[in-house]
Ligand binder design. Structure first.
Ligand code: SIN
Ligand code: CO
Length: 402
């Protein structure tokens, strides 16, 4: 990256603002946003993206169309740097996930999407395609903002209800067997196409191009229930097992009697009822900030004492947040309850007086002494900053690490 990117403010078209976008388009219908990021200059050269795809903790794929071996080939990274020299001159795409976390300066673009709650944003995926490269016509389960970062890509979409959604069988990627576009646009740098979930789309590069996808996250009820109920089972289910000291001979030994059914059910449901709103909120925040395995932070070894961390903050004036740090905060669920900070799956329970600090920490990529200075008188705030620092959320600015 040549210089620190300074991303333009996001502009909605036709005089609409974020509020109107959410009411009219969000989760409802596609919106083409011409020059939504005016004068967008791509800060990420494609060879740097290819370099990222060679690193062990980076999730990447190359999708090749019409290679001799079959219609759609998927290869998973990390790649050898020589791999890129052997690719054909057209019809392929390199896709790199979580670029926001690997290059936090690029991740700063997500601040332009602050009209959405941060927990709803999954990642920034960046793709480089050579001429005619595409990942085929497909449907995504999530909302996506497709930002044209460099070069041109022709997007075709269909909103026709009769569009069949059958997939080409036996492929590793989900590609629609048939696709009949109802609208198409050629996107230029700075243009954005917003698509709600479930809209079939197909973007084909016209010449080499780079596309940034801001992908949203919408947990499936099933995944939430699976994990929450496992928590309830672990933490709130009464100990022991079935007992029936007052058993009398059954009328019919083959019958599963109503009393046993009711007793079993009420014991299990009492566990769910015991887990209160605070336990649910604590679990949800931890679940939502839990990183993927390849995005875990490295904790500081050996850990620093609180006085050392605070002295380092005072000396360097600021800490930089690791791109993989995911912080969310929550207000107390009731007047007498604690506030929460969720940090990569860890739950910190804190006094509600600390809420402004929690918001500051969760919102900023840089922890400025100037902004947090007055909080450092509070022992709980010092403890929290020390814990986050030792867990790997914060680094000293470049050149200041001992
Ligand atoms: C791409 O960047 O090539 C694909 C993005 C998408 O269709 O979701
Ligand atoms: Co897509």
């Amino acid at each position: 990256m040549s210089a620190l990117p300074d991303f333009p403010e996001l502009r909605f078209p036709n005089g609409i603002d974020a509020q109107a976008f959410l009411v009219r388009y969000w989760q409802r219908q596609p919106l083409l946003m011409r020059q939504a990021l005016p004068d967008f200059e791509n800060p990420l050269p494609s060879d740097e993206l290819a370099g990222l795809a060679c690193e062990p903790d980076v999730e990447s794929r190359i999708i090749l169309e019409r290679a001799e071996q079959g219609p759609w080939q998927v290869q998973h990274g990390p790649f050898d740097s020589e791999r890129f020299a052997t690719l054909p001159p057209s019809h392929w795409t390199l896709l790199v996930q979580d670029v926001d976390k690997h290059i936090p300066e690029i991740g700063a673009l997500l601040e332009r999407f602050d009209f959405l709650p941060r927990w709803r944003i999954d990642d920034l995926m960046v793709s480089h395609a050579e001429d005619q490269g595409s990942v085929g016509p497909h449907v995504d389960d999530y909302d996506v903002f497709l930002i044209q970062a460099e070069g041109r890509r022709r997007w075709r979409i269909t909103t026709a209800p009769e569009q069949p959604l059958d997939l080409i069988p036996d492929l590793e990627i989900r590609i629609l067997q048939q696709f009949q576009a109802s609208q198409e646009w050629l996107l230029e740098p700075g243009d954005i196409l917003y698509l709600p979930p479930g809209v079939p789309h197909w973007g084909i590069a016209e010449g080499p191009c780079q596309t940034w996808s801001v992908g949203l996250r919408a947990p499936a009820w099933r995944e939430l229930a699976d994990d929450w109920l496992a928590q309830v089972a672990d933490r709130f289910t009464p100990p022991g097992r079935w007992q029936d000291r007052s058993l009398t001979p059954p009328l019919d030994p083959a019958e599963l009697d109503q009393d046993s059914i009711k007793a079993m059910r009420s014991r299990i449901e009492s566990g769910i009822a015991t887990a209160g709103a605070d336990a649910f909120a604590a679990w949800l925040g931890s679940w939502l900030t839990e990183p993927k395995l390849n995005l875990e932070l490295e904790s500081r070894q050996p850990s620093w004492a609180e006085v050392e961390v605070i002295a380092a903050l005072k000396a360097s004036q600021r800490f930089e947040r690791d791109g993989r740090s995911r912080l969310l905060f929550a207000a107390p669920v009731a007047a007498d309850a604690q506030a929460s900070l969720f940090a990569n799956g860890q739950h910190h329970s804190l006094s509600a007086e600390l809420l402004p600090l929690l918001s500051l920490l969760a919102n900023r990529q840089t922890l400025e002494l100037e902004q947090v200075g007055s909080w450092l008188r509070d022992p709980a705030a010092r403890r929290l900053i020390t814990d986050l620092f030792n867990a790997g959320h914060y680094w000293l600015p470049e050149g200041k690490e001992p």
